[in-house]
Write a protein that binds this ligand. Sequence first.
Ligand SMILES: Nc1nc2c(c(=O)[nH]1)N[C@H]1C(S)=C(S)[C@@H](COP(=O)(O)O)O[C@H]1N2
Ligand SMILES: [Mo]
Length: 324
Amino acid sequence: MTRKMFDGPSIASSEITPESVWLNRRNLMKAAATGAVAGGLPALALSQPRELAQLAAKKGDCSGCQAEDDLTPYEDATTYNNFYEFGTDKGDPVEHAHEMTVDPWSVEVSGMVNKPGKLNLEDIMSGFDLEERIYRFRCVEAWSMVVPWIGFPLAELLARFEPTADAKYVAFKTLYRRGEMRGTRSFTSVIDWPYREGLRMDEAMHPLTLMTVGLYGKTLPNQSLDKLRLVYRSKYCFTSIKSIVSVELTDRQPRTSWQELAPQEYGFYSNVNPEVDHPRWSQRYERRLPSSLFKPNRIATQKFNGYGEQVAGLYTGMDLAKYY
Ligand SMILES: Nc1nc2c(c(=O)[nH]1)N[C@H]1C(S)=C(S)[C@@H](COP(=O)(O)O)O[C@H]1N2
Ligand SMILES: [Mo]
């Protein structure tokens, strides 16, 4: 089943950057600058990094945690990124995201809550045992990567602000600081900043929905998400917004940045669904990074990213081709 073709400007053509282009960039980056990259990577509290795969596989909630998939090398997961605040090319984030000040970081929770307010990231994470907070799963789009994320269920954060019974949706907004984000100043910028995303309340409270603060035992390198990133495990990776500073509980379905840009291509729900093609490409397969022209590493995409058993109930009776 194919949705209607999008006939506007091809805003997301960076999604399909030719491999040769990004491979070159990637090698350039490698050679150029462990400086910029490594400089932005304070190793957080994993004092003695253990075998990551082992750590990542041991989570209690591991049913369907994709522990059988090999981890994507750190290099690949952090050099092929989308973070339009820093440009639309996959190589822009690793090159420019270090220009963003990420310390201190706080998030404001407002709207339909009994206790609105602001929390510092340090306060959110105090008392955290990071080794107990590793979740391994795929981030899927046309490509995919398997990452050991560090995070915590979003529900834990929301509970501290006491959502009221009226709250039906959660609206997320990211940091928008023009001076530090060259992509927002660029004439090619197509997004109405700040970048936005939304969840229905039951999705937000689901234990598989995470706020992440790091990956591979490190606080998030800027290009991947510093400082708070939402990850809903059964949805496409583009819903996982990076650098959240505002969370609003509301009774109205929020508009997401991608929905605004291209409503025929991106819907509010965005669950991983190989049965529904993207208007410009099939969604049956994903290219697992590292992937190249000669070794595309093509893998069949799983409905709900393999979490159907856990989340399908949230969408009972909904036509997922219509509510994509
Ligand atoms: N703030 C912000 N978050 C964002 C984006 C963005 O442009 N800005 N891009 C999204 C898209 S389109 C994708 S595919 C993923 C990419 O995540 P990755 O760079 O870790 O692969 O981040 C998402 N989160
Ligand atoms: Mo994306």
